[in-house]
Structure formats: C-alpha cells, structure tokens
Design a protein around this ligand. Structure first.
Ligand SMILES: [Zn+2]
Ligand SMILES: [Zn+2]
Ligand SMILES: [Zn+2]
Ligand SMILES: [Zn+2]
Length: 311
C-alpha cells in the first residue's frame, strides 16, 4: 500500500514531544483522541491520532490489543490507516518520516493502556486464566501482547513478519477467552503445532480494506468440515481453502507449490512425506489444470519416497 503523506509538501514535521504521562485506566473497547494514548500535534499542529483498545487484557493489566488511527485529515484525504502493532507503526513512521527519531516519536505518547476492569478486578477470573505470575505493580512491566492460549511457541510472541501486517478486528472467535488468532485453529480451537513446517495448517491472508484476516486452521479440520480441497454444493471449492471467519478463498495449488519448494530445500524426509500426503488429500478431485499438474508431481514424489522407504 502506498500512502503519500498529505503533510509532506508543507515542510518537515515537528518533533514529537517527550513523555511523562499520568495514565488513566480505560474500559474494554474504549476509544479516544490524542494524549496520553495517541500522538497529538504530530506530524502537524492540531493533528490528533485516535486510539482504541480491544478486549484482551494482559497479566500486567494493560490491554493486549490496542490500535492507533492516523489523524482524521488523512482519512479525509483517503489515506486513513489503522495500526494494530507497534512494529507496523514504527515501519510506517520510518517510511514516511525518515528524518524523525522513532524513539522520540514513541515517547511522545503512551503505547501501553491500562485496563479499568483489571483495576476493579472485574475480569480478574478471565485474566488469571492466562496468568503465570501475579504482578505486584501492574503498571510497571511491559508485555507487548501475549498468547491467550498460553502457547509459549505462539508466533504472536516473536516480532517476526506476522506482526507487520494489520490484522482485522474480530469480535467473534478472537473475543473468546483462550482463543489466540495466531496459533489456534478456527474450527477445533486447539493450538496448532507449527514446528514442522506448514503442512498441517493454513493461515488466511485475505485482506479487506487493508486488514488481513490472519486466522489459522488445521488442514485436517478444514478437510473434515468440507472447507478445503474440492467440494461441490453451495460453497463450491476447487482446490481451495474457505475461511469460515472472513468467507475468503485461498488457492491451495499455489499454497502447496510454495510449501513443496520450501520443503525440498529445508525439510526433513519425514516433513516431505507428510506434506506430500496432505497435498494429495487437498488436491485430489480437482478439475483445475494446475491442481492436476501438481497432483501428478506429488504422486511421482510419493512413489519415489515409498520406493526409498521399502529399500
Ligand atoms: Zn497464540
Ligand atoms: Zn477471530
Ligand atoms: Zn483444528
Ligand atoms: Zn479469513
């Protein structure tokens, strides 16, 4: 997405101010404008960014989901944007305001937003489900998120590429306690083991208005639910995956082509074998030429593997 900064022609933006804020606790789904939770008078005097929080609250009492929106003049210019992660905002600032000190920008407001519910103890039960250690000073530590499913291998816990994209707001599955968009299957709600390559699950990368769905699903669950592969009837899938959350389809031919390419160079023999089996299940029955071609090469590779195993 290419966004020009509407203010760029007006000269270089002013420096973000230093912080030192009195943080006040806010309610679930609350939103507001400007300080202390969103930049103010930046990049230009009079600019007010908008902040919003989600529902999830970290052990520390801070919201795990917090969003920042560009000041309204950007949306009036058709360049509105929402940031769901600190990293995405950082990349945006670096790209559009290369002269600005990113640290100074982040110290011009408070990224962390404390929750009222936590303070009052209202959602305490829910919070304590994910709690590993009680913090005596809820405002003093700084988790930038966390995994609601308690999965310590969850991709939400690393600052990799996943957090670069803006994810769409979801108050269906993602508002459920214990469900983590980054690591749980939307059909069975169990944690997806991503340790062995990508053959066992698929992540929906469909984007609506610039927000990525980002929900994951076990391929097995999707096959069982007739939401992957080739399926007749009203959904009508042709070597595709259908995301129950956002109704988007993902082409499984290109998905598995990429996986096979990656697996050929990196995967263990066991991984390749599993991937071939899943690929076979997903592609069979399709009338698409590309699916046929891939299925053929999968079948060849499978017979080669079984020959080698028989030796
Ligand atoms: Zn997770
Ligand atoms: Zn969700
Ligand atoms: Zn599942
Ligand atoms: Zn989706």
């Amino acid at each position: 997405m290419d966004i020009d900064n509407p203010g760029r022609s007006e000269g270089s933006p002013s420096r973000p101010k230093a912080n030192g804020f009195q943080l006040y606790p806010v309610s679930v789904n609350e939103s507001g404008e400007g300080l202390p939770y969103a930049p103010e008078d930046w990049p230009h005097p009079g600019d007010k960014w908008v902040w919003k929080v989600g529902k999830r609250i970290a052990v520390s009492g801070f919201f795990m989901d917090r969003y920042l929106y560009l000041p309204s003049r950007f949306s009036l210019a058709g360049q509105g944007r929402c940031f769901a992660s600190r990293l995405s905002l950082e990349l945006y600032v670096q790209k559009h305001f290369p002269d600005v000190d990113v640290d100074a920008f982040f110290s011009s407001f408070s990224w962390k937003i404390p929750s009222k519910a936590y303070k009052r103890g209202v959602d305490y039960l829910e919070i304590s489900r994910y709690q590993t250690k009680t913090s005596e000073h809820p405002l003093s530590d700084s988790p930038m998120g966390g995994c609601k499913a308690g999965n310590r291998f969850c991709s939400s816990l690393d600052t990799g590429e996943d957090s670069v994209s803006e994810i769409m707001f979801c108050d269906i599955c993602c508002s459920e306690p214990g469900f983590c968009r980054d690591c749980c299957c939307i059909l069975c709600c169990r944690i997806i083991n991503k340790a062995h390559g990508g053959h066992s699950y698929i992540r929906c990368e469909a984007s609506t208005d610039g927000y990525i769905c980002g929900h994951n699903c076990h391929i097995d669950c999707a096959l069982r639910a007739y939401m992957a592969g080739t399926v007749g009837g009203s959904i009508g899938l042709e070597a595709e995956y259908y995301c129950r959350r956002c109704d988007s389809r993902t082409d499984l031919v290109s998905h598995f082509t990429k996986l096979l390419q990656a697996c050929e160079s990196l995967g263990s023999r066991d991984d390749i074998e599993k991937l071939l089996n899943v690929g076979f299940c997903v592609l069979r029955g399709s009338k698409k030429t590309s699916a046929h071609q891939l299925l053929n090469s999968i079948e060849k590779a499978m017979s080669k593997v079984s020959e080698e195993n028989g030796r």
